[in-house]
Design a protein. Structure first.
Length: 549
């Protein structure tokens, strides 16, 4: 990923106003509580300097009595009575760090990574895609297991951040022809219109004709759900031969509230026909979005759909070559690639939570190795990626690559230059983007590239380094609502807060021997090479580092 890294911040909500809450003190943790306390409905108590009236507490809190107890621990230079002897920071060899974060104490919050994934497949269902669809679907059981366990190579050891919950839906590249009568486009007006498919392919063994609009799974049922998804994703090859991959993806993920408009002024489907696949706004901070395209053709997302009309006098030449001849955005016939870069980025406040990949017709030798950045310039400059007429068949472009499947059948693909440019733009903006060649005997390696890109979107890794001297940093961890600091070894309750979902969560300090900073970790992406391990595991909760400058 080519970007200048910026930290992804989450917020720890203070239970009481800073003006009446000494930083770092909390009732039922130590002996620093003086005066009254602010009490919430759940009887959580936070220390104040002088709580005598309810007005001194935050909304929803009232004054109450201090119920503090002291949990003895070795004294540290943190402006607290850690060892419960009534003295603060006695015997420290370094000056005490000031309360709060300032010139002496640096605080930064790091994302734990996404534990939820919304996954959209955009699949070419035109007449030449049967082999490729089957190759794509054969990998799904392994792919779904890898997403939920993090074990990509299935050796029992996770290589990536496991995802707790995955939702997946499927759209096709068939967006119609604006009503123009084209023999291979049966639904000429809007095609499948970027709406999640609910029709199963009954020609596939064990598949019913009616399916849900999206599927949801965890590690326990990943393989079973993969078979269900294949009933929809293996939709067959009756779709329109004018593929509009980018427009289909964009309309699928765009909410109706967006200013973006589509064919005949219609709006996006994310909060309408496609509602349910994409999580609510409150979940976006820990939900990644992944879009995976499968195609052997170039994108022809049309701004002027009359380009598809065989009888149009405005567009000359073979119908099969129109998208090539009129593909310059300056002509105003196809949408510029910036539309799709900007539109896809708009789906996430943090672009690092977005992963977009394509298994398409780039030459196999240009496919980036999983875990490495794509060389977009080299891909676009490759001789086989240049769009030229095929001298042996002048009604088509020269293929960019070809493959032979396990049955010995040969298929070809064409240069996906527009798709690659969109991926490059997303990469430059901080999203996770990759492209892999569809011209392989099997698509396992291509899927490994997709998994690597998705892994980068959900990772808890980060770019910055932290001081490694003993005692230089304190790790503060925000636990899930159902977990308490007292239930975990090496944790001390610091405070309680209310999550964006309205649930009370506990924030604890992690003992110094309970975590470690791992620099240049092999499981981290190049742009974010470092991570923190807690209790020997990848950090899963939200956490904050407090380090002496």
């Amino acid at each position: 990923m080519r970007l200048s890294f910026a930290l992804s911040f989450s917020f720890f909500l203070a239970a009481c106003p800073a003006s009446v809450t000494p930083a770092g003190t909390a009732c039922e943790r130590d002996g620093d509580c003086a005066g009254g306390v602010c009490v919430d409905a759940g009887e959580s108590r936070v220390c104040t300097t002088a709580c005598t009236t309810d007005e001194e507490c935050a909304a929803g809190w009232t004054c109450g009595e201090a119920l503090c107890r002291c949990e003895s621990a070795p004294e540290r230079c943190n402006d607290r009575d850690d060892d419960c002897d009534g003295l603060v920071d006695e015997g420290c060899e370094t000056p005490p760090a000031p309360l709060g974060c300032d010139a002496s104490l640096e605080c930064f919050t790091l994302s734990p990574g996404a534990d939820q994934l919304d996954l959209l497949f955009v699949i070419d269902n035109s007449g030449s895609m049967a082999q490729e669809q089957n190759a794509f679907l054969r990998e799904l059981p392994r792919v779904f297991r890898a997403l939920t366990t993090g074990d990509v190579d299935e050796d029992g050891t996770p290589e990536a951040h496991p995802i707790v919950d995955v939702r997946v839906g499927v759209v096709t590249t068939d967006m119609g022809t604006g009503g123009a009568p084209v023999p291979t486009c049966s639904e000429s007006a809007f095609g499948d219109d970027g709406v999640l498919l609910t029709r199963g392919n009954v020609a596939r063994a064990g598949c019913s004709g009616v399916q849900p609009s999206f599927f949801e799974f965890q590690a326990s049922d990943a393989s079973e759900v993969a078979a269900d998804v294949a009933c929809v994703a293996g939709m067959g090859t009756a779709g329109c031969g004018f593929e509009q991959h980018l427009e289909a993806a964009l309309k699928a993920v765009t909410p109706s509230t967006s200013a973006l408009r589509f064919e005949e002024g219609t709006v996006g489907h994310a909060d309408g026909a496609n509602a349910g696949l994409f999580r609510a706004e409150v979940d976006l901070g820990h939900t990644a979005l992944a879009v995976v395209l499968l195609t052997e053709e170039e994108d022809c997302s049309a701004l002027d759909s009359s380009i598809f009309d065989p009888s149009s006098t405005d567009f000359e030449g073979d119908l099969n070559l129109r998208c090539f001849r009129y593909g310059d955005p300056a002509l105003g016939v196809v949408h510029p690639v910036e539309r799709f870069v900007d539109g896809l980025l708009a789906t996430r406040r943090d672009p690092s939570l977005l992963a977009v990949g394509a298994i398409a017709g780039i030459p196999d030798t240009t496919s980036p190795t999983p875990g490495t950045d794509a060389d977009w310039d080299a891909i676009l400059a490759h001789p086989d990626m240049q769009e030229t007429l095929d001298s042996g068949m002048p009604s088509r472009l020269r293929p960019s690559c070809e493959r032979t499947d396990e049955a010995g059948e040969r298929s070809i693909a064409f240069p996906p230059r527009r798709i690659v440019r969109v991926l490059e733009g997303l990469d430059d903006a901080g999203a996770n983007a990759t492209v892999q060649s569809i011209c392989r005997d099997d698509l396992g390696p291509a899927w490994n590239g997709m998994l690597s890109s998705i892994g980068d979107a959900v990772t808890s890794c980060f770019a910055r380094t932290i001081p490694t001297a003993e005692g230089a940093c304190t790790l503060v961890e925000t636990l899930p609502p159902t977990t308490r600091c007292s239930e975990l070894a090496g944790r001390r309750l610091r405070e309680r807060a209310t999550s964006p979902h309205g649930e009370v969560v506990e924030i604890c300090e992690v003992a110094a021997d309970g975590w470690r900073f791992v620099q240049d970790a092999s499981t981290c992406p190049v742009a974010r090479p470092n991570r923190v391990d807690i209790d020997g595991q990848l950090a899963r909760a939200a956490y904050r580092m407090e380090c002496a400058r």
